[in-house]
Design a protein around this ligand. Structure first.
Ligand SMILES: [Zn+2]
Length: 428
C-alpha cells in the first residue's frame, strides 16, 4: 500500500455476521444435516422478490460450480437497493450456526482482522427474535469468555455492540437482557454500546424518543456506552429533505453516533429528475420543523421563504392524508445542497460522530463517483467521521479495499458539487 493511502486502523461500523464471505457460507452449508431447508426456501423466495431471479439454491452444494453460483447470488458488487441488499444478507440468516454459544464466526472473523493488522474492531451482534433470555445469556457468556481470555495487549482491541431491532417491544426486551446480564455477571467490559439497525423506513427518530430517554441514556451514564443509530441510509419512503432532517433529529434526541447519514452527504444531483412520494404526516412534520429551526438554518446559509412554508403547511392541513408527490428539479438540487450544508454546519458545532461506510454507500446509496460520496461531503465540511466496512462479505470488500476507497474519496473532496457562488471561500 502506498504511503499516500491512509491505513484503515479501526472498524467502527461492522456487523459481525456480515463479515462472512461467500466461501464461508458455502462451507457452513456443506453438511446437509446442518442445513435448514425451510430457511433456505425462505431466502430463495425473498431473493426472487427483490432481484426478480430465483437463486439456484438447490445447486449450491450439488453442482460442480455451486460455490460460484452462491458467490454470484450473495455478493452485491453492483449498486442496488436496500431490499436487494437484505435479500443477499438473508443467506447469512439461513446458514449461520443456530447454537447461541457457538463463537466460530467470531473466531473466524477475528483471525482475518488480525491478519490485516487492525488495532480496533467494533463488531455488532444481534439476538434473533426467536431467542429466549437463556439463549441470549449463553451467547453473552460465550463472547465474554472468549474475548476476556485474550491478552490485554493483543491486537485488535475488540469491543462489541448489541444491535437492537426497530421493533420497540423487542428492543426493550433485548436491552433488558443485556443490562441484567451486566449486573449479574458484574461486568460490561468489552461492550462498546448499543445500536439501532435494520430497515429505517417508516420508523422516524421520534419512535425511539421515550426509549432513548428512559432506557438508553441512563444505560449510557451507567456503562459509558455509545448510542449509535442507523439513519439517512435508505429514504425511498420519503423525500431527501426529510431524510436529512431525520439525521439532525437523531442527534437532537441524544444519539452519540449516527450510522451512514447518506442523505446528509450524497450529491443531490444524483436525484435530479427522480420522483418521490412523501406521506402527508412526514411533510407536515418537516414544514413545522423548518419553522422551528429557521433562525439557525438562516444563520448557516439556508434562507427560508417563511410565508411560503406557512402557506404550504396551511394547504396541507386543509387536506389531511394526501401524500405529496413531487420530482427533484434543478432548483431542488441546489436548495438540497444548501440545506445539507446548513445542517452539516449545525451538526459540526455539536461534535456528532458519523460512521461512514465507503463500499456500502456506493452499493446502496446509488453513488458512482468518489466526489458524489457522502464521505467527500463530510470531509469537506469537517464533520467528525469514523469508518466502517458495514457488511464486507456481502459487499465483497475488505479493509484494503476500503482504505483505497477512502484515499480516492479524499482526493476528490475538492471536486464535490457546490452551487455556483458557494465556492471554497464561502464554504465556512
Ligand atoms: Zn450497518
Amino acid at each position: 500500500m502506498g504511503a499516500s493511502q491512509p491505513l484503515v486502523e479501526s472498524d467502527h461500523h461492522v456487523h459481525l455476521y456480515g463479515c462472512l464471505t461467500a466461501q464461508d457460507l458455502w462451507q457452513l452449508g456443506k453438511d446437509p444435516c446442518k442445513r435448514d431447508e425451510g430457511l433456505l426456501a425462505w431466502y430463495a423466495q425473498k431473493y426472487l422478490e427483490a432481484w426478480g431471479v430465483r437463486p439456484r439454491v438447490e445447486e449450491y452444494w450439488s453442482h460442480p460450480e455451486g460455490a460460484s453460483l452462491l458467490q454470484g447470488d450473495y455478493e452485491m458488487r453492483q449498486p442496488g437497493n436496500f431490499e436487494q441488499f437484505q435479500a443477499c444478507f438473508n443467506l447469512i440468516i439461513a446458514l449461520v450456526p443456530k447454537n447461541p454459544s457457538d463463537i466460530s464466526v467470531l473466531q473466524k472473523v477475528l483471525a482475518r482482522v488480525r491478519s490485516y493488522g487492525l488495532v480496533f474492531f467494533e463488531p455488532r451482534i444481534t439476538f434473533p427474535l426467536r431467542w429466549s433470555k437463556h439463549q441470549a445469556y449463553q451467547c453473552l457468556d460465550a463472547y465474554a469468555h472468549y474475548l476476556g481470555s485474550s491478552k490485554k495487549s493483543s491486537k485488535p482491541e475488540v469491543k462489541w455492540m448489541l444491535s437492537l431491532p426497530r421493533d420497540l417491544k423487542y428492543a426493550a426486551l433485548h436491552l433488558s437482557w443485556l443490562e441484567q446480564w451486566c449486573v449479574e455477571r458484574g461486568t460490561s467490559e468489552k461492550i462498546a454500546g448499543v445500536d439501532i439497525a435494520f430497515d429505517e423506513r417508516g420508523c422516524p427518530p421520534s419512535v425511539f424518543k421515550t426509549f432513548l430517554q428512559e432506557r438508553l441514556l441512563p444505560a449510557r451514564q451507567r456503562y459509558g456506552w455509545q448510542l449509535t443509530y442507523h439513519v439517512g441510509e435508505e429514504f425511498s419512503d420519503k423525500s431527501m429533505w426529510s431524510a436529512i432532517r431525520w439525521v439532525y433529529q437523531s442527534w437532537e434526541l441524544g444519539w452519540t453516533r449516527l450510522g451512514h447519514c447518506t442523505a446528509l452527504g450524497v450529491n443531490p444531483q444524483l436525484r435530479y429528475g427522480q420522483s418521490y412520494t412523501e406521506p402527508w404526516q412526514e411533510r407536515v412534520t418537516h414544514l413545522r420543523w423548518l419553522l422551528q429551526h429557521h433562525v439557525e438554518l438562516h444563520r448557516e446559509g439556508f434562507v427560508l421563504e417563511l410565508a411560503e412554508v406557512r402557506h404550504q403547511l396551511k394547504r396541507l392541513l386543509q387536506s389531511p392524508g394526501q401524500p405529496v408527490v413531487s420530482t427533484y428539479l434543478d432548483k431542488d438540487v441546489l436548495r438540497l445542497r444548501l440545506f445539507q450544508r446548513a445542517v452539516a454546519r449545525m451538526l459540526r458545532r455539536r461534535e456528532v460522530v458519523i460512521e461512514s461506510c465507503p463500499s456500502s454507500n456506493y452499493r446502496i446509496g446509488g453513488v458512482i463517483l468518489p466526489q458524489d460520496h457522502p464521505l467527500a461531503f463530510f470531509t469537506r465540511f469537517q464533520l467528525h467521521t469514523v469508518w466502517g466496512t458495514d457488511d464486507p462479505g456481502v459487499f465483497a470488500t475488505d479493509w484494503h479495499h476500503e482504505a483505497r476507497h477512502i484515499a480516492e474519496i479524499k482526493r476528490a473532496v475538492a471536486s464535490i458539487y457546490l452551487p455556483a457562488g458557494y465556492g471554497e471561500t464561502n464554504v465556512f
